[in-house]
Design a binder for this molecule. Sequence first.
Ligand code: TXA
Ligand code: MG
Length: 345
Amino acid sequence: MQTQLLPVSPDSLARAGEMIRAGQLVGFPTETVYGLGANALNEVAVKRIFEAKGRPGDNPLIVHISAVEQLLPLISVEPSPAARALMDACWPGPMTLIFPKSDVGPSAVTAGLDTVAVRLPAHPAARALIEAARRPIAAPSANRSGRPSPTTAAHVLEDMDGRIPLILDGGPCEVGLESTVIDITAETPRVLRPGGVTPEMIEAICGSAGVDPAVMRPLREGEVARSPGMKYRHYAPAGALTIVEGADEAVAQTIRRLYDEALTAGKRPLILALSGHMAAYGPRRALSLGADAAGMAHEIFARLRDADALGADALFAEAVPADGVGLAVMNRLGRAAAFHIIKAE
Ligand code: TXA
Ligand code: MG
């Protein structure tokens, strides 16, 4: 299959909408990461997503809508007051809500669960594509399973060339991390996957917010994931990643030591550091992760791809405080490191 890469335009959107209606897959931009879209109401099309990604069939997809009215047919109970408040405040935007599902749509989308994940994205091209398709669009991130999520059309092409017919290029994604996934089926909204909508924001909107403990640690033996995606080691670079936390100077010192030891051991080490700290590593090979947690959200997946392209086999990354969007950054970095986080003395 030839994969076409087209800039977002009225023509390419109309074409992409037709392809979605015809059961084909389309890579498209959202404000978080690029999505791999299919008609959410067509079982054959949805199954193509799992094939193209190599995604385990028990990991459900997010259904994307372009207007709040499209939500009601997908769910089986009226949204709670907390859900309404979140929708009013954060949609369109980087937030996915988990609702009890209706029987609309194939069970492949929800992987047989009795809940459905729904998001109304802010990116105009994403909404225009849903409009053009005249159907809700099921879309995971457009990476091959186990690879970092794509934040540019070139990343999508890297992973999906020859596997899907069309990618819409809308430039780099604004947020750079996937949406916040919030379970609102219980009274207190609970963050299952942190993202651009932070627990602090949710608490301000709803009066309370919980964060699933599995956000910052691996699942325990026998523990059931509240979100199937928690089970899988996504975002894994080929090289072993160690995260170092602590005071700036202690972190730099520890990373320098670990890097030099790795080099002596014949490895190809690489440092991932905040832009303001790059000088602390002197001539060592280091990539900048941006200026702060928001910059890191934007850069992290592209830098993990770069690390693989450079053939790095021992990676050392600086931690950021796990508050605000920093929680989402540390969740992704933590998972890429299989939560191998050490404290700098
Ligand atoms: O920003 C995003 O959310 C991007 C863009 C394309 O919208 N999409 C995305 O999809 O990241 P994906 O499939 O890579 O991640 C969806 C996550 C997975 O961890 C999945 O397990 C979880 O949402 N999920 C989906 N449906 C769920 C459900 N009913 N209950 C719990 N978790 C669910
Ligand atoms: Mg994903």
